[in-house]
Design a protein around this ligand. Sequence first.
Ligand code: NAP
Length: 298
Amino acid sequence: MSGRVIDGAAIAAGLVARLAGEVSADLAAGHAAPGLAVVLVGNDPASRVYVRAKGRRAVEAGFRSIEHVLPEDTAEADLLALVARLNADPEVDGILVQLPLPRHIAAAAVIAAIDPAKDVDGFHPVNVGRLSIGEDALVPCTPMGAMMLLRSVRRDLAGLEAVVIGRSNIVGKPMAQLLIAADCTVTVAHSRSRDLPAICRRADILVAAVGRPEMVRGDWIRPGALVIDVGINRLPGSDGKGRLVGDVHFGEALAVAGAVTPVPGGAGPMTIACLLANTLKAARARRGQRFDPLATDA
Ligand code: NAP
């Protein structure tokens, strides 16, 4: 048996194209393009790459991209002052402060300072709380993308056993909330879980968000399961550049699973597409209109 590969790159491109269409319709109706402000503090090379990619994709889809690059030694008070200015700026619909922040800045304080209505990362405690009580919320982008990938294979997830490996605030916990909202029976596993392979073998839906290369092996996977691999791990390669792998052994998973996401080209591309979806949602909400990215087909 061989499973289906879930083409996250194609699904993300389809979502971005649909968002671009929505933005064109807004412009034709006399509204401004949604504005996304991305704030980067310091010189972390991976963060620079992400921020540049976010800005580029935003502009390609017709959004306005506003970038603030601050030096590594920026004081927390100065960053909070910038967030306050962006909160008050009517041209800014979404604010994203790229994590991780330098050690002298408390990320929790910065996240809490963002207007929840502009919190397109979905990390503000108000959005986290709303998601957990089933109210409309800005939902973190990576788990939102993972839900869309699951729904691209199977629309109705009700009653399925879902196992999420990882309990981070940015992936594991919101993923579990979304699966609960989709009427799955959800188990959240982590580094202290006992007999992880046995827990995983129960899963109709297995989401791995761990950060350990190819940890999930073929014999951890229930035949026919849907497997979403959120992990991004760089292994050293003979070319000096290395290669990216997920948290799931892709070749083994493909032989057992019903459908599985590759790395790269699976969950990764969905994250930026969902950031744009959240920015459009925030822009529409600010003028009293509803846009629910998860209610539309990815
Ligand atoms: P994180 O904050 O480091 O959390 C990792 C989670 O995995 C923790 O809950 C940890 O358990 C658990 N864990 C670690 N070792 C384990 C083990 N041996 N068995 C079971 N659970 C274990 O990571 P994250 O931010 O959630 O990211 C997870 C992965 O997703 C990373 O590879 C990251 O690069 C990737 N990621 C991808 C995207 C994307 O755009 N596709 C976005 C975000 C993250 P404890 O809580 O007990 O420590």
